[in-house]
Ligand binder design. Structure first.
Ligand code: GTP
Length: 470
């Protein structure tokens, strides 16, 4: 049985992304904005319900659904906006806004310290939500790595979750700043947060605002892109990643079954999303009349213009891939596309065929003129993530070399004895970059097997080629 998943939304970005995520989920599960369940659009009383909303929602006796979501922020506006958009949908007791309502001033250490000071209360809120599950499976945390709350408080949450619920899966959906970052200290926040993403999450799906804004301009045909639009793109990914959990079949119906196919060793768990085409199932205002076959979609997902981080390398190495394809799919198209991508795309020698495809189910509740189209989402564990990590490091180095703005962190508890935390975090991010480079080499898995008890999954499950890893 698929277990329940709890969503943690932290800071402005986390809560605004969460708003679009829940907006998509209530559409797909036929739930009104206030939580009341509706009948399917096709009104056929014989239709058997294929979805399982209880993975992401609590259901009460009067058929009302409440998201298994907790929202945290240090200032009230983003959460108020989410609540006002869906009056009565969320559990009021799952909301925490700091009493002084000042925000974290874009400083990681402020957000982190709020986490330390209020940890008991936060754990209590989470435990109460877990009490309402039967088979709790894990968390998904939504945040930005660059502000003070999503990064600092988010980092504190990641440490607390891996400490207290270490057998549960923790995934993150982490938004990186655009290159014209609005606040000069964002690179510090990013590196400090990356350390926690590396050490305390099981898988991190990464987005960068540069790529999201470019993509939004094309998808919405609008030069004046908004966060609302970028967040709809992120929500399309979240919806597709979780499709096989919410419309369960016999494969990929748990978080481990999706993410263990993608994560060869504990450190290599950054996943780059791509999506195409954005059909009306996901973005109603989009009018994409082009009809694509599943063959086209699987191959188009490799196009860097459909990716949600900027890519510097035109021939990245793919360690593993998970595709979720929706719509009227001909299975032979998928098989042909997998064969074609194995010729076209660079996989490392130790993982020559690590492309997994799930053909998901479309919602009966979310029927629109574009619902007969195929769409696809790809999560790729690829060395191209190094472009994102290296940009974060070089922006950090420029500031840190000069000791610029370090004083803004000095009051933080983590920095009472100096700046070691910055140095260590930077080193840990560097070793992750190095690990991605060495994963491109033929001998990578040999080294891992010899020296490493970090191996995820069952080593006996390897075949002679190191294929079908987990
Ligand atoms: P404080 O404001 O310091 O309390 O922290 P916070 O975590 O609430 O800040 P925020 O979430 O605003 O993080 C700032 C970073 O997130 C910047 O890089 C913004 O561009 C980005 N950002 C903020 N809101 C959104 C959003 O809704 N969507 C996207 N894609 N990015 C966002």
């Amino acid at each position: 049985m698929t277990g329940e998943i709890i969503t943690l939304q932290i800071g402005q970005c986390g809560n605004q992304v969460g708003k679009q995520f829940w907006s998509q989920l209530i559409k797909e599960h036929g739930i009104d904005k206030d939580g009341q369940s509706k009948e399917p659009d096709n009104n056929d009383s014989n239709t058997v319900r294929e979805d399982d909303p209880t993975i992401f929602f609590r259901q009460n006796d009067s058929n009302r659904f409440t998201p298994r979501a907790l929202m945290f922020d240090l200032e009230p506006s983003a959460i108020a906006n989410v609540q006002n958009s869906f009056p009565g949908l969320f559990n009021e007791r799952n909301v925490w806004v700091s009493k002084d309502e000042l925000g974290a001033g874009n400083t990681w250490s402020k957000g982190y310290d709020y986490g330390l000071e209020n940890q008991e209360e936060f754990i209590d809120m989470i435990d109460k939500e877990i009490d309402a599950t039967e088979n709790f499976e894990g968390f998904q945390l939504l945040h930005s790595v660059a502000g003070g709350t999503g990064s600092g408080l988010g980092s504190n949450f990641l440490e607390a979750l891996s400490d207290r619920y270490h057998k549960k899966i923790v995934t993150t959906y982490s938004v990186f700043p655009s290159s014209e970052s609005e606040v000069v200290i964002q690179p510090y926040n990013t590196i400090l947060t990356l350390r926690r993403l590396i050490e305390n999450s099981d898988a991190s799906v990464v987005f960068d605002n540069n790529a999201l804004l470019n993509l939004a301009t094309r998808v919405f045909r609008d030069r004046n892109t908004s966060y609302e639009q970028t967040n709809q793109l992120i929500a399309s990914v979240l919806s597709s990643v979780t499709n096989s959990l919410r419309f369960p079949s016999y494969m990929y119906n748990s978080l481990p079954s999706i993410f263990s196919t993608l994560v060869p060793t504990a450190d290599l768990h950054f996943l780059v999303p791509s999506f195409t085409p954005f059909t009306a199932d996901f973005i109603p205002e989009v009018r994409d009349f082009k009809k694509s076959s599943a063959y086209d979609v699987v191959l188009d997902l490799f196009d860097k213009n459909n990716g949600m981080i900027l890519r510097s390398n035109d021939t990245p190495v793919y360690l593993s891939i998970y595709d979720s394809i929706l719509g009227p799919v001909d299975q032979t198209d998928i098989t042909r596309a997998i064969l074609k991508s194995q010729q076209r795309v660079k996989f490392p020698p130790w993982s020559p065929t690590a492309l997994h495809v799930n053909v998901g189910k479309k919602s009966l509740y979310n029927v629109s003129p574009g619902s007969d189209r195929v769409s696809g989402m790809m999560l790729a564990n690829t060395s191209s993530v190094n472009a994102l990590l290296q940009t974060a490091c070089s922006s950090f180095d420029v500031l840190f070399k000069r000791g610029a703005f370090i004083h803004m962190y000095q009051d933080g508890r983590m920095f009472q004895n100096g700046v070691d935390e910055f140095v260590e975090s930077r080193e840990i991010v560097q070793s992750c970059i190095d690990e991605y480079f060495s994963a491109e080499q033929e001998t990578f898995l040999d080294d891992v097997l010899i020296e490493d008890e970090n191996m995820v999954g069952n080593i006996d499950g390897l075949d002679a080629d190191g294929d079908n890893i987990i």
